[in-house]
Write a protein that binds this ligand. Sequence first.
Ligand code: AMP
Ligand code: GLY
Length: 424
Amino acid sequence: MRVLIVGSGGREHAIAASVAKSPRVHKIYCAPGNAGIGQIAECVPIGAMEFERLTAFAKQEQIDLTIIGMDDPLVGGVVDAFEAEGLRVFGPRKNAAILEGSKAFSKDLMKKYHIPTAAYENFDDANSALAYLETARFPIVLKADGLALGKGVLICNTLEQAKEGVRSIMLDKQFGTAGNRMVIEEFMTGREVSVLSYVDGKTIKTMTSAQDHKRAQDGDQGLNTGGMGTFSPSPFYTAEVDAFCQKHIYQATVDAMAAEGREFKGIIFFGLMLTDEGPRVLEYNARFGDPEAQVVLPRMKNDIVEVMEACIDGRLDTVDLEFEDNAAVCVVLASDGYPVRYDKGFAIRGLEKFDGREDCYCFHAGTKLDADGRFVTNGGRVLGVTAKGADLREARANAYAAAEWIDFDNKYMRHDIGKAIDEM
Ligand code: AMP
Ligand code: GLY
């Protein structure tokens, strides 16, 4: 088979590494990819939003399966564009990717189908949002409706902060058109867990759990980022929590989408909060998490291509998902200054230490080759070092040991990824 992957981050590198393990695949392309992905796939300089060029490439190269890694093209309808050309593609259509693309849509869906989530109101104009705040309880959570690089959520402790937040989202358009509508919702407390799943329109099969660390600095301080590291499984995701979510959240979401005429095929990523009153949905994503994929996929025993084809063909009920009985930790090596301002173009040393290893991986996020063919930094998140271990403590020790093999100027990482497990 010939496979095309669309995207350019650590998540797409992890997907490519899984696809490369499939005995059925003999050629992988990635658009646009990055320098690390280029070691196992042929990178083609086509942007993820260039739908016409992507479908033309897939036809010309006789691609058997295209996998969309990123949210923007999914929400923009890339799957519809591929299907219109008769091409096989893994991911939700535009009318289903709205589950991630509009928070107001997903909140209304959960309310209509009694899926547990925070209480909320949706707003189309700033004045009614500001009026609503006068009677609200604090802290309160403001969310821009559309995609905002994971940054469109503001947690406000006071009325003044919240008013300022509404103005910046809806009037100043801090997150662009994502802020044409907004959700204001109840603040919840508890542990956060990410559960990713494969969906074929009717059947849903969940993967092993994971947890992300979104803040830039140790101790969950500093600004929100795309994710500074992950671990899998989450020790807080117990059999009891799983039973509740299987009964009230996962299948209910898939059935709700089908009932709305928005059959969902692809990945649903459930962002959950384990509150005192039970698990609640924080958010849905319509794709693998980044860097959740970097700890979940290396532990999956199945052939990823077979699972994805089963989703496309509506026969996921015949697949048994299997995960290794171990743990994985991913530590993101970033450029100092991320997520605000950082320099790029520094040489990366030590990558060869990962060659041929099965217990640890160095997934590239922001790298490129310079004119001399050397790997250099090319983004805020540069690399994701993932290691496995018999349990989380061992995986964490292994990941931090491997993170030391890599060296580049302005290298920055958190030192407490997976530390929550020490509190157990
Ligand atoms: P989201 O992009 O919706 O996942 O939100 C980003 C982050 O904001 C989440 O990972 C939570 O840490 C936090 N958050 C979102 N919604 C709430 C809520 N209702 N209560 C408390 N924290 C929240
Ligand atoms: N790591 C969070 C996300 O991918 O949305």
